[in-house]
Design a binder for this molecule. Sequence first.
Ligand SMILES: C[S@@+](CC[C@H](N)C(=O)[O-])C[C@H]1O[C@@H](n2cnc3c(N)ncnc32)[C@H](O)[C@@H]1O
Length: 314
Amino acid sequence: MLSTFKALADPTRLRLMAVLARGEFTVQELTTILDMGQSRVSRHLKILTQAGLLSVKREGTWAYYRLEGNNSFFTDIRALVESKLHQDPSLSHDRDRLLVVLENRRCKSLDFFDRHARQWDELVRDSLPTAAYQSLLLESVPDLQIVLEVGVGTGNLLEGLRCRAQRVIGVDHSPVMLEQARQRVVHAGFSGIELRLGEMRHLPVSNNEVQWAVLNMVLHHAALPQQVFHELARVLGPGGGVTLADLHRHEDEWVRDRMADMWLGFERTELEGWLLAAGFELRSFQLVSGSPAEHSVVLLSAVKKNASAHGAFL
Ligand SMILES: C[S@@+](CC[C@H](N)C(=O)[O-])C[C@H]1O[C@@H](n2cnc3c(N)ncnc32)[C@H](O)[C@@H]1O
């Protein structure tokens, strides 16, 4: 208790805790959010990490701090500390700068997809075991009325999803990607497909509007992945669920520049933690691997188990 309270007993460290309760950030991002020099921020991060309040997640050569240490006493008091920090009006400037940092993350991805939409299908052709995981993905979607695909891209899953549902709503934040999807729909003469321009953290979808959501290779572009699951819980009706296909954790840093990836894939534990926090229960999890040149793909399904966990995340 003493070492925990000592570590927390500092205004800068409380500010860091408040920010890191929202997600994972690099030292550079934290210096922007706190508007403070890097050496000061690093010194405080070190104290919090040594007290077991934070841990460092390595993604290639990048390091993200996160509020997930090995301090069991802090685990017991975490919810109370977080809610007090959340209500503290003196932290509103940090919150505003945090939103700017998240917006910068999002804009990098948007800019990339607007520029590369027309070559997108070529760009990804050889990097994933696509045929294998996409047929498993489609099998995991139950036959339903309305399915949502988030990050629909050029729409290569739309036909398969339409076979599963009466209506498919496709959302993407890139107008140019969405136009490629629209042309595909028109060209193939598909009906029952509606494309909407929008953000995965604020989906242009009403509460409980859909029964199932599919995210195919989009979560690794999310500025704050855990926020996406809270938003999915909002738009899914009772008993609804989600199928997620994304990259398993890898070390290929070139994807940051060449594919605008925000995250180098995901571990099962972090995905499960985010799902649980947003009120989902994991139903299936598998890894699909292809040739050595291809990334392994995580394929999971989860169902919404209660209505209480969703709501404003930030
Ligand atoms: C890697 S592509 C995958 C496209 C498609 N799901 C597929 O597998 O072919 C990611 C897509 O997600 C979209 N996207 C990225 N960030 C997004 C966000 N924050 N909100 C909505 N769409 C997003 C991109 O514009 C892009 O079309």
